[in-house]
Design a binder for this molecule. Structure first.
Ligand code: ADP
Ligand code: MG
Length: 276
């Protein structure tokens, strides 16, 4: 593995009396995409929270060099569905919020800041939406806005909580491209997902079930044995040597989630994937 960007040893994270992540030891390689996968409540968001420094470990340690090198070097894009989308702000304002952390008190956005905001909107394909309010946007468009806010921060580490969940396939592909551009630029990306095919496409995987069950390359981490340990045998299906997770029980019935694995089965009606 290349240089680690994040090193956790015997890490335990709790919210009050609830242990969200039990004793886990793992590293996350720099300049690559790491997917954090596991069932609902398995600790995926918690891993991002502790990397970002939003929660302190209850025990053990986590080392994030990007957090201690003097500048604001971690961008955290929270799960869009948990953000209040009724905020009376425009797309440009939301993206510009990504720059405020780097500004001193009472400072206004400078030319560099405005250029970073412009470039982030262009790369995510939302320049035309700059003056629109969040309330006017589709779920996929909102997701692009929050990814743009992350990009505007010009981070070393980009944390994305379920960036591809609940959006149309066109947006998912666009965000996936941006993620890989960021890695090519030298950034480390850590994203959560509950989609096995997204995790298989990553460079590195953390498989969670209240702790890190497996960590490694996708082929090392996502074995049937490890997946059974994380999900329980009832949720796994093996078809033609391929493994599927029957994770539907964790999703609301009217979900707009795009399961890429399932797209394989619906190729005859590709319109199904566009629900945005
Ligand atoms: P995931 O993102 O995989 O769905 P989370 O990291 O959000 O899982 O949650 C892991 C565990 O921690 C769950 O049992 C959840 O209920 C609990 N948890 C998460 N956030 C909080 C919180 N703010 N207060 C108390 N418990 C929490
Ligand atoms: Mg979560």
């Amino acid at each position: 593995m290349s240089r680690p960007a994040i090193i956790a040893e015997d890490l335990v994270v709790a919210y009050g009396d609830t242990i969200a992540l039990d004793r886990s030891t793992f590293t996350i390689p720099a300049e690559s995409v790491t997917a954090v996968i596991g069932p609902n409540g398995s600790g995926k968001s918690t891993v991002l929270n502790v990397i970002a420094g939003l929660v302190e470990p209850l025990a053990g340690s986590i080392e994030v060099p990007a957090r201690s090198n003097g500048r604001h070097r971690i961008a955290y894009v929270m799960q869009t569905t948990k953000i209040n989308d009724a905020l009376p702000v425009t797309v440009r304002e939301v993206v510009a919020m990504g720059r405020y952390a780097g500004l001193g008190p009472y400072r206004r956005l400078g030319a560099d800041d405005r250029e970073a905001v412009r470039a982030a909107m262009e790369r995510t394909g939302i320049s035309d939406l700059a003056s629109r309010h969040l309330t006017e946007l589709s779920g996929g468009q909102r997701q692009r806005v929050f990814v743009a806010q992350g990009l505007a921060q010009q981070h070393d580490v980009l944390l994305l909580d379920e960036p591809l969940t609940g959006i149309d396939i066109t947006t998912a592909v666009a965000i996936d491209e941006v993620i890989h551009e960021e890695v090519a630029r030298g950034s480390t990306v850590v994203m959560t997902t509950h989609d096995l095919s997204e995790a298989r496409a990553a460079d590195h995987v953390l498989l969670l079930s209240g702790r890190v069950v497996a960590s490694g390359r996708p082929d090392e981490a996502l074995t049937a044995e490890h997946l059974k340990a994380a999900y329980g045998p009832a949720l796994l299906h093996v078809e033609d040597d391929r493994i599927f997770i029957d994770d539907a029980a964790h999703e609301p019935a009217d979900t707009r989630h795009v399961h890429r694995d399932r797209i394989i089965h619906t190729e005859s009606s590709p319109g199904d994937a566009h629900q945005d």
